[in-house]
Design a protein around this ligand. Structure first.
Ligand SMILES: [Zn+2]
Length: 258
């Protein structure tokens, strides 16, 4: 019996080390979130392990890209206060996907329309669980959030006068979205900025539904943007820094992976 317990203990220990190693390696090698980075009036706010972007859409009104990991929304509220704005200044929240670390503070902003790509609506509303190896272990809890508008791939949505191009980039989740606003491309968790400051890499497999599908989505996005001759100034990632090398990092990734 004693020997059996020892073996069970050892197995648990090994599994724990493997799990910690996998999660740890997922975070190594990516560029740190650029807290306070600003481009075309769009500002990156670091909320712990994730970033939220504050996008001005009219005098005294903003939209957010994602709603962070902190359900009190402290970091975003501080940025709003810096602009002498309150939580009701947030008129829209564009979700890159429905994982819990991107939706936590939605309720802090009562006037915000919640917008997400169609296939992630049920995930955002807490009606289904996520599929990645780690996210699937989390309980399914209804979030009391209602998505006001489900985006379609290729749609252009207008926030006041500000056009937003919406691209489906399924893979990290089925309804992962990329957004292009004023030359700034938001990739959410579809990719990360590598610590070399030049290249992009995929989001860790442990958090993703399918890395192969994510790769194909990134290749397709690059092709679409190249074909349109889209002017991309910067690429923003949810868990890492900002790359200001135009579309080149995505094109380089696409060339390696097609
Ligand atoms: Zn995610």
């Amino acid at each position: 019996m004693k020997r059996f317990l020892k073996i069970v203990g050892l197995v648990i220990l090994v599994l724990l080390i493997v799990a910690i190693g996998a999660i740890g390696s997922a975070f190594i090698g990516r560029q740190a979130i650029a807290d306070g980075f600003e481009i075309n009036g769009i500002r990156i706010v670091k909320d712990g392990i994730v970033s939220v972007a504050v996008v001005p859409i009219a005098p005294g009104e903003v939209a957010l890209i994602d709603a962070g990991n902190d359900k009190t929304g402290k970091a975003v509220l501080a940025e709003l206060a810096r602009r002498q704005l309150g939580p009701d200044a947030v008129k829209a929240i564009l979700l890159t996907h429905g994982h819990p670390d991107h939706v936590a503070a939605i309720k802090v902003f009562p006037d915000a329309r919640v917008l997400a790509l169609g296939p992630d609506v049920a995930l955002v509303e807490g009606l289904v669980g996520a599929h990645g190896p780690l996210p699937r272990l989390m309980p399914v809890v209804p979030t009391d959030v209602k998505v006001a508008h489900a985006f379609m791939d290729g749609e252009t949505y207008t926030l006041n006068q500000v056009p937003v191009r919406v691209f489906g980039v399924p893979g990290h989740t089925a309804g992962s979205a990329a957004y292009l606003i004023d030359g700034v491309l938001f990739l959410g968790d579809a990719a990360d900025a590598a610590s070399d400051g030049n290249t992009i890499r995929q989001s860790p497999w442990i958090f993703s539904d399918s890395q192969a599908q994510d790769r194909a989505s990134l290749v397709r996005l690059d092709q679409t943007l190249l074909k349109d001759g889209t002017d991309v100034k910067a690429i923003v990632f949810a868990h890492s820094g900002v790359l200001v090398k135009g579309l080149a990092p995505l094109t380089e990734f696409a060339q390696k992976n097609q």
